[in-house]
Design a protein around this ligand. Sequence first.
Ligand code: HEC
Length: 101
Amino acid sequence: MRFPVRVLVTTAASLLAIGANASDLAKVRSLAASCANCHGTNGVAQPGMVSLAGQPKDLLLSNLMDFKSGKRPATIMHQLAKGYTDEQLAQMATYFASQKP
Ligand code: HEC
């Protein structure tokens, strides 16, 4: 029983954090999944790569907006960030902030 309860709690917490319904959560999760190749599953990265999980939402979002605008120089994130709307970046920031590091 332990595992399903934890999944439910995590899902409920994510829903509350995003302030959205289940289908919105599914959309955000699929957006966030495209970050997993580099930043790890749910933003928990392998050693040597920066984890997104549990970082403050405002910090995640300001970094993403700075990549998008070119204010923060990057090797790859400036290109990736341009592919998302500001709203999608905000949703992903909320999502990763609510993940357990
Ligand atoms: C191809 C690998 C790759 C993918 C995919 C990727 N990132 Fe990154 N990310 C990086 C690298 C590398 C950096 C360091 C900055 C740079 O050089 O681009 C970084 C840095 C970041 C940072 C700044 C972290 C910090 O604390 O300084 C954030 C936030 C971030 N990525 C979010 C995302 C999000 C959200 C996604 C999914 C939309 C994503 N990344 C997908 C490679 C990736």
